[in-house]
Structures are given as C-alpha cells and as structure tokens.
Ligand binder design. Structure first.
Ligand SMILES: [Mg+2]
Length: 374
C-alpha cells in the first residue's frame, strides 16, 4: 500500500460516531457537447450535481454522489456509524440511504481497503468499459447537421481515450426524424461504425423508442454487425420481449437483451429475468443505489442474469460501477461516461485498451478539493 497512513487507520468502525454531514456539489464536464437520444434533447457539455461528505468524531471522512434529496439525513448526526451502516450489507437505516456512497467510502477508508474489497472482492479489478456517449450528433446543429462524420468523430475521440466498445443510440425516428428515414439512419450509423471499427464491441440503445416489430426488423437488417446487446428497445413487457427473444433464438444471434434502466419495477424485472427474457440488468448505479445492488446481485447471479449498472451521465458513476464490478462480481461490462469532474482527482482509475481498472487505494480513492470543511 502506498497511500499515506492516517491517524484513524488502525481504529475500527465501532470507534466512530457520525459527527457532521456536509452537502457538496460537483461539476461534470464532457469532452464535447452530447446530443439527443430517442427520448431526450441535447445533453449539453456537463452539469452540476449534489454530493455529500460524512465526517466522524475520529476525524475520518467519506463522500459520495447523491441523486435525490438529502432531507432527513441530518438525523444520523451523533449516532454510532455501525447503527446506520453494516459493512456486510450497506446502509441499514432508511434515513441514511442518501449517504449510501459516502458511507461506503467512509467505511472502506476507515478499514483501509478499496470499496471493492469491502463489497467482497468477488469480481476482477479490470473489466471491459464501453463508451456510452455516441448520441445523435449527426442531427446537430439543426440548421447545418454534421451528419455521419460527427458520429465517426465521436467514436474516434473515445477510441483515442481508451475505449474499444461503443454504445450507439438508435431510435431517431421516434421523435426527431420521420419514422422510416430515422430507422434507415439508425441502420446506416450501425453499419458504418461496424465497418470502421471491425474489432470494436458495438451495443445499441433505443431508449424505448422502438416497437417490438421495429426492433426485430432493425436486428434483421444489421444481423451481420454482431451487436453485443440491444438496450431498452421498448418499455419492458413480456409479450414484446418474447417476440424479441424468439427472433434472437431462431436467427442464432448472440446479441443480449439489456433492460431495467428506466423507472425500474424490481418485482417485474425479476419476473422477466426468471422467464429468460432479460440477459443484463441496468438499474442505475446511484438512484437504485449501492446497498440495493448488494442485495439484488446474488439474486441475479442465481438466475443466471448479469448486471451492468446504468452510469450515464457522470464519469463518477462509471468509477462507482467499476468498483461494483470488482467487488460484487456478475457485472458484465461497465458503462463509460467520458469526461472529468471538477475538484475530484480520479487518476487512480485507468482506462486502457477497453478495460477500466480500479485503484488499490482505500475507499473510492477519489480525493475531492477542498479536502476539509471550512
Ligand atoms: Mg440506456
């Protein structure tokens, strides 16, 4: 271990009481403006999001991203750490759930292990990571659209950053183009990226912008492109997924079905997974939560269903997902969000030749400035 020793290093979690909760904000910056998908308009060049730091009476601290409200989390101040957090399962007091990532960072830091180790170290420290940032940039700017060159430029930039897999947004005909023209463009983009990058892994994501019949027609027309997965083709329901599954089976395709990102209904998803209709579960890293992922991952593994926690649109969520892959196992691949986070040092994480590797420093190993509250 090369990290600096700290005063609380040899203490145990039982020695710590929560002393303070400090709201923070962090700013994501994308390397380029990210355009539209089947459902939403431009994603811009970055945004600010909430985070929180938890400090203990022994001088330890941990921090993490918060999606949603911190309301009520103050009530944990003064309580023993182990009353709200169990290292074996995660957050055990509902009012502390907004502190999910901060408490995991804190507990792993106090016990001097990477979060992945706290989570059980069941996976590999390096896992494949795809670029999730190939949007409909061919359609923008609206008065002089850049066309297919824009998509290829994005792929080239992400390849240069270390990605060897691309997730292409499809479903242009859902909102932004005439239906058949949009469908044709989706196929054109998919074929072009496959031709340009014969060795890349290619995934597609329709953000629920297709019907089951359109999904089958799309897959038929790109059958020679060896797609790794098709994500959210339509809002998940068993009849549509059965049509899709039957097509994949009868055509001998090895393309996987990935779903469960948008407004997940856990019971329904488990039912669909049990019926063999979903191969990869996509609930969000943060809004679903690390504690929830710790609970459900063994259930998914028993069903033979893999996970790939949804990480768009923060680079930090990619790093969290990589720790989950290394810690929980059963994560098929990690969604990469190209970019940086102001005031956060993320250089411990490596993206190289298509693999993301987690650091062996304690916690999430994401120093944030200022390091101490004022
Ligand atoms: Mg998606």
């Amino acid at each position: 271990m090369t990290h600096p020793r700290t005063e609380y290093r040899l203490s145990s979690l039982a020695d710590h009481r929560i002393h303070q909760i400090e709201p923070l904000t962090v700013r994501t910056r994308y390397p380029r403006v990210v355009g539209r998908n089947a459902r939403l308009g431009s994603h811009g060049s970055g945004f600010e999001t909430n985070a929180v730091r938890v400090l203990t009476d022994q001088g330890a601290s941990g921090w993490g991203v918060v999606e949603g409200s911190l309301a009520g989390a103050d009530s944990v101040v003064g309580r023993p750490l182990l009353e709200v957090f169990d290292p074996a399962t995660g957050v055990i007091a509902p009012e502390a759930l907004p502190l999910d990532f901060a408490l995991h960072d804190l507990a792993a830091t106090i016990t001097d292990v990477p979060v992945a180790t706290l989570l059980g170290g069941a996976g590999e420290r390096s896992v494949t990571c795809y670029s999730g940032a190939i949007y409909f940039d061919d359609l923008d700017p609206e008065d002089t659209p850049r066309g297919l060159d824009a998509v290829l430029a994005n792929c080239a930039a992400d390849w240069a950053a270390g990605y060897r897999a691309f997730k292409l947004k499809i479903g242009r005909g859902h909102r932004w183009m005439e239906a058949e023209a949009g469908f044709a463009r989706d196929i054109e983009v998919t074929r072009l990226v496959r031709e340009t990058y014969p060795d890349a892994r290619i995934l597609v994501d329709a953000n629920n912008g297709f019907t089951p019949a359109q999904t089958v027609r799309f897959l038929q027309q790109v059958a020679d492109c060896d797609l790794f997965w098709v994500e959210e083709p339509f809002h998940e329901e068993s009849d549509g997924l059965r049509v899709l599954r039957d097509h994949l089976l009868s055509s001998g395709s090895r393309t996987l079905i990935a779903d469960g990102e948008f407004e997940p209904d856990e019971a329904q998803l488990l039912e669909l997974a049990s019926a063999g209709l979903i191969d990869v579960m996509l609930m969000d890293v943060v809004s679903y939560g690390l504690t929830a992922w710790r609970r459900i991952m063994p259930v998914l593994a028993d069903l033979g269903v893999a996970a790939s926690p949804h990480a768009w649109g923060m680079p930090l969520k990619t790093l969290y997902a990589a720790q989950m892959a290394a810690g929980l196992g059963n994560v098929l691949t990690v969604e990469g969000v190209p970019g940086t986070t102001d005031t956060v040092e993320a250089t411990g994480y490596l993206l190289e030749d298509g693999l993301i590797t987690v650091p062996d420093q304690p916690g999430f190993a994401l120093p944030i400035t200022p390091a101490t509250p004022t």
